[in-house]
Design a protein around this ligand. Structure first.
Ligand SMILES: *Cc1c(COP(=O)(O)O)cnc(C)c1O
Length: 479
C-alpha cells in the first residue's frame, strides 16, 4: 500500500484547505489517504482506521436537503482525495436509489418520540445508506488507479444483500458473498441469490456464519492469493461506511433541534451505527444522549457497567443482526477514550486474544460511562413494543427497531426529542413481526417478485483450497 505522502500531489496539497489522513487505532501502521482507506480492510497492525483529527461540521440548516448535508459531512473526510464534484455526484446517485427523496425521513410515534426510517434503500436495511455510496467510491477508486478488485465478504443476512446491491453491475469490481447454508431468512437469501449480474457470485457454505467468516479471514491471510485477485473488503470496519452514517444523525438532529439537543437510541451490534452518532456529536451536531440498545447479546452493556469486556457465546434472538459477540467498531471509541493511545489499545486487544477479556483502566471506564448510555432489552420486551406500536400507531416495526424503541422509552428526557433508529423494514422479518402483532407486515414494492424469481448460487463445504480455486477462476472472468 503506498504511503500517504506519495499519493498527495503537490497541487492538491496547496489548494485543499484540509487533507485528512487515516491512522490505525493500534498506532503501528502508516497513515492512508481517504482514497486508499476505502479499499483497505484492517490496518496491517490489526487496528481500525480513524481520521487523524475530527473535523468541525460546517453550519447546516434544517431546510437543507440530504445531498447538501451529506456533502458538508463527507467533504472534510474525503476532500482533497476525491474531487468534490465527483463526490457530490456519487452522493446524489446513491441517494437516488432510495424510494424517499429525504433518504432518511423522520416519523412521529408519540409527542417528542420519533422513528428515523433508515430502510428506504434497495435492500430495506440501514446498511444501504453507507454501502450505496461506498460501492460508488470503490468503483471510482479502481478506475482512477486503473485496477480491478474482488470484494469478498461473509454475511449472516443484511450486509451481504446490501453489498451485492451496491456493487452489482459496477465496472472493474466483482463481489463474492459467503452465507451459511439454510441459516439466513428466506427473504435475506433471495435478496442475494436472485441478483443476475455477472459480477456477483453467491456461495452457500455448508456451515455456520463463523465458518464463513473464518474462510474469509483465511483468504485475506493468504497474501499471494490476496495480491493475485486484489482482494478487498466491504465490512463494517470500513471508515467510509461510518462517515456516510453520520449524515442521518445530522439531518435528524438539525430538523428537531429547535426543541433541545436530540437524543438517539440505536439498535447496536458491531457498534458502527452508534459510533457514527458519537462522531456527529463530536463534529458539533446538536446530538445529546446516545443510547446503546442491545438484545440478549449484551457485552457492551456489561462493559459499561463493570469496565470488563468479556465475550460470551452468541445467543440467537429475533434480532439476528445484533447477535454479535465482539463489537469490532468499539475499538474506535476505546481509542478516543484512551487519549488516542495506540499502545494502550494494542495491549487491551492482546489481553482479549490471550485471556478472553480485557479490563478498562478507570479513566477509560468513566469516559465510556460519560460517552454513551446502554440498555439490554429482552425478546419479550421487543415483542411487546412491536405489538404496542401496531395497536397504537397501526405501524409495523421490525425486531431490531423494537429493541431501540424500548431503550428510547426508558431514557426519554423531558425537553429533549428522542429518536429511535429504525434499522430495517418490518417486511424483512415477517415471521417475528407476525408472531408479536398477529398481523403480517405488507410487502413493499421492492420485494415484489422476490419469492418467485429464480435463484443462482453455488454450494461448497468448509474447505479453503476449493474456495480459493473457485474465487481465482471467478476473478479471472469465469462466472
Ligand atoms: C447491522 C444491523 C444492526 C447493527 O448495526 P451495527 O452498526 O453493527 O451496530 C442493527 N439492525 C439491523 C437491521 C442491522 O442490519
Amino acid at each position: 500500500m503506498p504511503r500517504m505522502q506519495e499519493l498527495r500531489p503537490p497541487a492538491l496539497a496547496r489548494t485543499a484547505p484540509f487533507f485528512m489522513h487515516f491512522i490505525s487505532t493500534r498506532g503501528a501502521s502508516p497513515p492512508l489517504s481517504f482514497a486508499d482507506m476505502i479499499v483497505a480492510g484492517l490496518a496491517p497492525d490489526g487496528g481500525l482506521y480513524v481520521p487523524h483529527e475530527m473535523p468541525r461540521l460546517a453550519p447546516t440548516q434544517a431546510a437543507e436537503d440530504w445531498n447538501a448535508t451529506a456533502l458538508k459531512v463527507l467533504a472534510p473526510f474525503a476532500g482533497g482525495a476525491v474531487p468534490l464534484d465527483g463526490l457530490a455526484r456519487m452522493i446524489g446517485d446513491a441517494a437516488a436509489t432510495f424510494d424517499d427523496p429525504r433518504v432518511a425521513p423522520l416519523a412521529p410515534l408519540a409527542p417528542g418520540l420519533h422513528v428515523l426510517e433508515l430502510f428506504h434503500g434497495p435492500t430495506l436495511a440501514f446498511k444501504d445508506v453507507a454501502l450505496q455510496l461506498l460501492g460508488r467510491l470503490i468503483e471510482w477508486r479502481l478506475k482512477s488507479a486503473e485496477r480491478e478488485a474482488l470484494i469478498v465478504g461473509a454475511t449472516s443476512g443484511d450486509t451481504g444483500s446490501a453489498a451485492i446491491a451496491a456493487l452489482r453491475g459496477r465496472d472493474r469490481v466483482k463481489v463474492a458473498i459467503l452465507h451459511p447454508k439454510g441459516r439466513t431468512s428466506e427473504v435475506q437469501r433471495r435478496q442475494m441469490t436472485t441478483v443476475r449480474d455477472d459480477n456477483v457470485l453467491n456461495i452457500a457454505i455448508d456451515g455456520t456464519f463463523d465458518d464463513c467468516q473464518s474462510l474469509v479471514k483465511a483468504l485475506f491471510a493468504d497474501q499471494a492469493f490476496a495480491a493475485h485477485v486484489n482482494l478487498g473488503a466491504i465490512n463494517s470496519i470500513n471508515f467510509a461506511r461510518i462517515a456516510a452514517q453520520i449524515v442521518y444523525y445530522v439531518t435528524a438532529a438539525t430538523s428537531l433541534a429547535g426543541e433541545g439537543e436530540v437524543d438517539f437510541a440505536v439498535p447496536t451490534g458491531n457498534f458502527g451505527d452508534i459510533y457514527a452518532g458519537l462522531l456527529a456529536r463530536a463534529m458539533g451536531a446538536p446530538v445529546g444522549n446516545l443510547i446503546v440498545a442491545a438484545n440478549e447479546n449484551d457485552i457492551l452493556v456489561r462493559c459499561r457497567e463493570t469496565g470488563v469486556y468479556q465475550p460470551r457465546g452468541v445467543i440467537a434472538t429475533s434480532s439476528p443482526s445484533m447477535d454479535i459477540q465482539v463489537s469490532s467498531n468499539f475499538e474506535r471509541l476505546l481509542f478516543d477514550l484512551s487519549g488516542r493511545d495506540g499502545a494502550t489499545i494494542a495491549r487491551l486487544m492482546r489481553d482479549l486474544a490471550e485471556k478472553g477479556a480485557f479490563t478498562l483502566p478507570p479513566q477509560m471506564h468513566q469516559g465510556l460511562r460519560n460517552a454513551v448510555r446502554a440498555e439490554r432489552v429482552t425478546m419479550a420486551e421487543a415483542d411487546a413494543a412491536m405489538e404496542d406500536v401496531w395497536q397504537v400507531n397501526r405501524r409495523h416495526i421490525d425486531p431490531h427497531t423494537a429493541i431501540g424503541l424500548v431503550a428510547a422509552r426508558r431514557h426519554k428526557r423531558a425537553g429533549h426529542p428522542m429518536v429511535t433508529l429504525a434499522t430495517a423494514h418490518a417486511a424483512k422479518f415477517p415471521g417475528a413481526v407476525e408472531r408479536a402483532t398477529g398481523a403480517r407486515p405488507s410487502m413493499p414494492a421492492r420485494l415484489a417478485g422476490l419469492m418467485t424469481m429464480p435463484e443462482r448460487y453455488e454450494e461448497m463445504t468448509v474447505a479453503l483450497a476449493p474456495l480459493r480455486a473457485r474465487l481465482s477462476a471467478f476473478a479471472e472472468g469465469a462466472r
